[in-house]
Design a protein around this ligand. Structure first.
Ligand code: CMX
Length: 139
């Protein structure tokens, strides 16, 4: 079952430049910055009620986020849906013939297990499944 919209990923050239709009102008709460080496991104989490915003800054020109910005400019990059049993959810997608980027989950930011559905399955929206460890605060 899909639990919630866990976060919305926003591709930016620079977290430092992008952050003040969300914190100072909108008054949202900055939480933390994390380097996700496997994805070649730095990630800034911003709390927005029951959901988070995740600013994604590429750390390498071959990062998926760098390629995204080069092609489409800065902006909404993905929507992450919170799930309870991510491996079961992935299997359900595979059985339905849905093209997955990840056929098994991998480690993402914030200690979550994540898996991406290819945007061609969802009318051009990159969808992420995101399973938080039971001990984590899942807001
Ligand atoms: N949202 C919607 N469409 C996207 C997209 C995105 N975020 N990223 C790429 N696309 C589209 C491209 O526009 C392109 O569309 P067209 O064929 O119509 O031109 C198509 O997907 C292929 O794009 P590409 O630039 O040729 O890139 P690749 O095929 O090499 O990779 C993708 C695309 C989605 C498979 C790759 O970006 C990927 O594996 N993404 C998942 C991992 C990721 O995004 N990690 C960063 C976030 C990490 C985190 O949150 O922790």
């Amino acid at each position: 079952m899909i639990k919630n919209v866990n976060h919305i990923g926003i591709a930016v050239n620079s977290i430092e430049t992008a952050l003040p709009f969300y914190t100072e102008t909108l008054g949202l709460t900055f939480e933390a910055v994390e380097h996700v080496a496997s994805q070649r991104v730095r990630v800034a989490f911003i709390s927005a009620g029951n959901c988070k915003l995740e600013l994604l800054e590429p750390t390498s020109p071959d990062s998926p986020v760098a390629k995204f910005i080069e092609k489409r400019g800065e902006g909404i990059h993905h929507i992450a849906l919170g799930v309870d049993n991510i491996e079961e959810r992935i299997q359900q997608m595979i059985e339905k013939g849905i093209p997955m980027i990840d056929n098994q989950s991998r480690a993402g930011a914030g200690g979550a297990n994540i898996a991406f559905v290819h945007p061609k399955a969802s009318k051009g929206v990159l969808v992420e499944f995101c399973e938080k460890a039971a001990t984590q605060h899942d807001s």
